[in-house]
Design a protein around this ligand. Structure first.
Ligand code: ZN
Length: 70
């Protein structure tokens, strides 16, 4: 069965051999490198919020003080 979702297709371009999303992070304004997304979920979150992985880490961190290191 075919899924009829409203999935956004992000245009991907190559900049200096790196795969980046054709667009900028909504938060920090940096180029968004596809490889930096931790997983599919983070990539999808970018489609929703427009935040790069770095900003997602900050925005969605549950408790920055208790964040596990390593
Ligand atoms: Zn960002």
């Amino acid at each position: 069965m075919e899924r009829q979702g409203s999935q956004t297709t992000q245009r991907v371009v190559f900049v200096r051999g790196r795969m980046v999303v054709d667009g900028r992070c909504n938060s920090c304004g940096d180029s968004v490198v596809v490889a930096e997304f931790r997983d599919e979920l983070s990539h999808r979150e970018f489609g929703l919020s427009g935040f790069c992985q770095k900003c997602q880490d900050v925005v969605f961190a549950p408790h920055p003080q208790n964040a596990a290191r390593g």
